[in-house]
Ligand binder design. Sequence first.
Ligand SMILES: [Zn+2]
Ligand SMILES: [Zn+2]
Ligand SMILES: [Zn+2]
Length: 322
Amino acid sequence: MSETHLTPDLELNGLSPDEAFAVLGNEIRLDIIRVLWHADATHQYDEVSDIVETMSFSELRRRVDLVDNGQFNYHLSQLCPHFVRQTEDGYRLSGAGKQIARTVIAVSGTEDIDFSADLEERCPLCDAPMIATYEDQWLRVSCTDCDGQFGDETPRGSVFLSNYPAATIADQTPDEALRTGFYRCMLDNAYLMHGICRECAGAVSASVSVCEDHQSRAGDPCPDCGTRSQVWVEQRCDTCRFAKHLPVEVFIMGLTPVIGFLDQHGIDVLAPSLDEIVDILQHNVETAITKDPFRVSVTVANGTDELTVILDGEMNLVDLER
Ligand SMILES: [Zn+2]
Ligand SMILES: [Zn+2]
Ligand SMILES: [Zn+2]
C-alpha cells in the first residue's frame, strides 16, 4: 500500500472482529482512547486535511493516570496501530479510534425516559393521545387506545419505533425526537433498498414473508397474520447484522422513484409527518404478489396518478410503471 499522511510508513494488517473486541476489552485502553478524544488528538478532518493534533507519551500517561510505566506501555502498544497512531510528534487516534469514540458517545446518556406527558402528536389512526418512551436505545411511540400500525409484529399500540442514540435524546421534546427518528428511519430504508448497510457499508440480504391467505378489511389486521400487511421483509447486513423488519410498503418509500413521485405530490418522504405516512399506508398503497418468478408489486397512488414498483425476492427493483 502506498504511504499517505493517514498511514505513515507502517504495516496495517487486518483486524478481525474478535481481535478488535479483544484489543478494546480493557479499561485502560478505553481510557487511552477517551483521553486522546478529549484532547482532540486526531486528524480533524480525516483525509481532507493535514491538520493534526497529537499528545506526547508522558502527557498521555499523566492524563490516563497510570503509575506503572511498563503496564501503560503495554496497553498503548496493543492499541497501536489500529486504534492509535504513533507519529514523530506523539500519539493520536486513528480513524478506527475516532469511530470507537463516536460510538461510545452516541450510546452514552439517558438510559430511559418516559416523556409521554409532553407528546403533542395524536394517533394518526384514531386520534387518541399517544405515549412516548425511551428505553434500551429504543424510541417507541404508541397509541393509548387502538392497536397501532403494525399489528402483532410489534408490541400493542406501536405507531413508531426505532433505535435512537442516547447521547442527544434528553435535549429533545418527544415530538422533536419523533421527527428526528422518522428521518433516520426513512434514510435507513433508502440505504437498505440500495442493498447497503448504513452502519458498516456491508451488503444487505433480504428475506420476504408472505401471508398466503391475507385478509385485511376496513383497515383491521388480518386474522391470519395479525397485521395489515401481506408482505413483511427483513433486511439484514451480512457483516454487522444491522437489520430492519418492516412491511414492504414502508421499505419501498426508500426507492428513488417513490421519493420522486411523493415529492411531486408535496410529500417529503425523507421527512414526513406521521399523519402523511400513515395516510399513504392506510389508503394509498396496494400490494400484489405473483409467483414464477416471484414478484412483489406495490402501487402508490395520489388521486389518479399512480406509480407501481415491482421487486424480486431480494428486494431488487426489477420494473417500474407509471
Ligand atoms: Zn390509535
Ligand atoms: Zn395476513
Ligand atoms: Zn453492517
